[in-house]
Design a protein around this ligand. Structure first.
Ligand SMILES: [Zn+2]
Length: 256
């Protein structure tokens, strides 16, 4: 496990009208006037000022500093935790399509185990609850998690008949120039005022859903669950949760 590199918080390629923050000289205070957009590409938060994004980066850096509630674990213990996580992820990858789609797994895990595995990749820390959140998305998210978990096959399982089931980590954005099938459908039909009105409503509703697809990302976090009985006797445990999407395909590479 590579040690945490606090000098390079994991906000890469922050786009400001196709420029990165590093591209723009800090001495020019007029940056905001030509674009007015500072975005964290990991969580998608948009700030009006550069200082907003800079503060966001500081909170990410702080989130990756070990808290007093956690402690250092030996490398071997962290590796074992990675094996446990990979086991539970792979157990959800089944051959049948009925198991595809969004899933959430929860595994009992201490804060120190979570921190040992994901330090340097934590995006949010919530001081009130002591919970953490990591966001993995984009074209490199699978390989990043391969590095974190120390296993290239952490999110894929192969089956007979060249089938493979895998954790969906990235999807090419659809081409905005492609014809919209919903519009084409409307053009083929005879105009009927009532039907047209209804179709516009349906179209608007569908268009809304099309415009905002659920982002393909893997969310990994840690939270403490606390419960109590009628005598107010409290018991608690820490859990790691992993939200991801399962997909299936034919493994074309190994067909021939
Ligand atoms: Zn962010």
């Amino acid at each position: 496990m590579s040690p945490l590199n606090l000098t390079t918080p994991r906000i890469k390629n922050i786009l400001i009208c196709n420029k990165t923050i590093a591209d723009i000289p800090m001495s020019k205070p007029s940056i905001n006037t030509f674009c007015n957009k500072f975005e964290c590409e990991i969580c998608g938060k948009i700030y009006k000022r550069h200082s907003g994004l800079a503060n966001h980066k500081i909170t990410i850096k702080d989130a990756n500093v070990m808290k007093s509630t956690a402690y250092d674990l030996p490398e071997k213990a962290i590796e074992k935790t990675c094996r446990i996580l990979v086991y539970h992820i792979k157990e959800r990858l089944k051959q049948s399509s009925k198991h595809a789609g969004s899933v959430r797994i929860m595994i009992s895990c201490t804060e120190s185990q979570f921190f040992g595995v994901f330090k340097g990749y934590i995006h949010n820390y919530y001081p009130k609850t002591g919970n953490y959140k990591c966001i993995f998305k984009g074209i490199n998210s699978y390989s990043t998690l391969s590095k974190v978990l120390g296993d290239d096959n952490w999110g894929v399982k192969y089956f007979l008949q060249h089938q493979k089931t895998f954790v969906l980590s990235y999807q090419q954005p659809s081409n905005p120039n492609d014809p919209d099938p919903l519009l084409e459908l409307n053009l083929c039909q005879e105009p009927d005022p009532l039907q047209e009105q209804n179709q516009v409503k349906i179209y608007k509703a569908k268009k809304c859903r099309i415009c905002k697809p659920k982002p393909i990302q893997i969310i990994i976090g840690w939270k403490r669950k606390e419960k109590s009985d009628v005598r107010n006797i409290v018991y608690s445990s820490g859990f790691i949760f992993i939200n991801f999407t399962i997909s299936r395909m034919r493994d074309i590479e190994n067909l021939y």
